[in-house]
Design a protein around this ligand. Sequence first.
Ligand code: HEC
Ligand code: HEC
Length: 340
Amino acid sequence: MIRSSFLLAAVALASLGWGRPNQGISDDSFHVPLGMGSPPAAPEGNPVSKAKVRLGRLLFFDKRLSRDRTISCATCHDPNKGWSDGSSVSAGIGGRKGTRNAPTILNAAYLDYYFWDGRAESLEEQSKEPIRNPNEMGFSARGVVGRLSSMKGYEDLFKAAFGDKAVTADRVAQAIASFERTLITGNSPVDRYFAGDAKALTASQKAGLDLFLGKAGCAVCHDSRNFTDGDFHNTGVGLSAENPDLGRYAVTGLAHDRGAFKTPTLRNLPDTAPYMHDGSMKTLAEVVDFYDRGGEPNSRLDADLHPLHLTAQEKRDLVAFLRALEGEKVAIDAPTSFPR
Ligand code: HEC
Ligand code: HEC
């Protein structure tokens, strides 16, 4: 059964589709790099606008959204660390540790589910949780609204973004989500190759692409422009721990979701080590070795995982291909001052 239809079609058709210029974009808030197609959709009621993006950027970097004013979204989604934080698991206020690895938020706007277990279904909904998570920003929607409403600088920005100066929890979420919708990466060597530039990949990277689509079976799950099928799978990562994180199961209660986690994007991996939901793998070579063994055996291991018997050269090719998914940096400086 061929399920990696999107990427296989992209390769078969090379420049068709992949490199087509974006159509119908009038809002210059978006720069959509080669490979990512159209700008991400925004939900009804929250179209992206420049004023919202400007406000959302300030909120994203503003530590006053945390109880003790020490942690912002950017603490764990740091533009200088691939919009992740470089730690296995993140630390929030008072150094309190969570249990999961911070994913990059680049291209998150294209996802249908958020968090490793998919418990949020929009960026708006997602952004409310870290604010109240005791291991992250440890605050509350009311606390944030109260703090921001007392600042004239923010009231003016809310007025520009939403028409009046009322600061509400929903508007905070809408502005942050709008900012995140502009954080798009693409134009990697792989995108240029798919767009018809045969020289964009080295021989080793091309061999890695063939393995990715074929013998190694990666594209079965890491499909689409964003190299994820948007689905949940049990690869066995972390399941041998004493009290294992059961992932998607905690959300759905369905037996087949035990130990299943969301397939992550594979773009810009060199910037976002360590890997996996628990940050347990430090290098891409380690990840490839893990798949070569067929994942971590357990009673609900995904049927698409099995030992691959890759040669040392094939493993190197696969890593070379993964590295060629490194695209444009989305470099956004932290604001130098914040509204008062
Ligand atoms: C203390 C570190 C920390 C802070 C602060 C933090 N995050 Fe996260 N973020 C994480 C971790 C860890 C996860 C994964 C958690 C999980 O899956 O349960 C995550 C997940 C996400 C995701 C989902 C990505 C995906 O691929 O599913 C988005 C989007 C996101 N955070 C945005 C934000 C925003 C916006 C803020 C500020 C309001 C924020 N984060 C604050 C650590 C943090
Ligand atoms: C059965 C579906 C499936 C297949 C096949 C698969 N993956 Fe994954 N991949 C996942 C899931 C799910 C995760 C997250 C697992 C976790 O953290 O518990 C993941 C995580 C990863 C990560 C870590 C990314 C990050 O940001 O942490 C990399 C790299 C990766 N896979 C590469 C590959 C490669 C290379 C192959 C082929 C050899 C492959 N995958 C095959 C589903 C799959």
